[in-house]
Design a protein around this ligand. Structure first.
Ligand code: FES
Length: 84
């Protein structure tokens, strides 16, 4: 049996601080859906990564790029890079 794994992933912190930034999370989810990229880019929630001062925090695989203090503008760039 084979399991589908996405080419790329975004791990978004869902801890108490990062979880407050729902607009960023919503933007990324909507952008991936809008670009019909749900098969290629998957979003995972992760627990607090102990970088709460820099909420919202997320990282992208397979490049292992960490992003902190993510704004909507940053989210646009993150999604744009993932779509390449
Ligand atoms: S809540 Fe996101 S790093 Fe702690």
């Amino acid at each position: 049996m084979s399991i589908h794994f996405p080419e790329k992933s975004i791990f978004m912190c869902d801890g108490s601080k990062c979880g407050r930034h729902k607009e960023v999370r919503r933007y990324i989810k909507d952008a991936i859906k809008e670009h019909h990229a749900k098969d290629r880019i998957e979003i995972f929630k992760m627990e607090c990564s102990d970088r709460c001062k820099h909420a919202p925090v997320m990282f992208v695989q397979p490049t292992n790029q960490w992003h902190s203090d993510v704004t909507i503008e940053d989210a646009e760039k993150i999604v744009k890079d993932l779509l390449l």
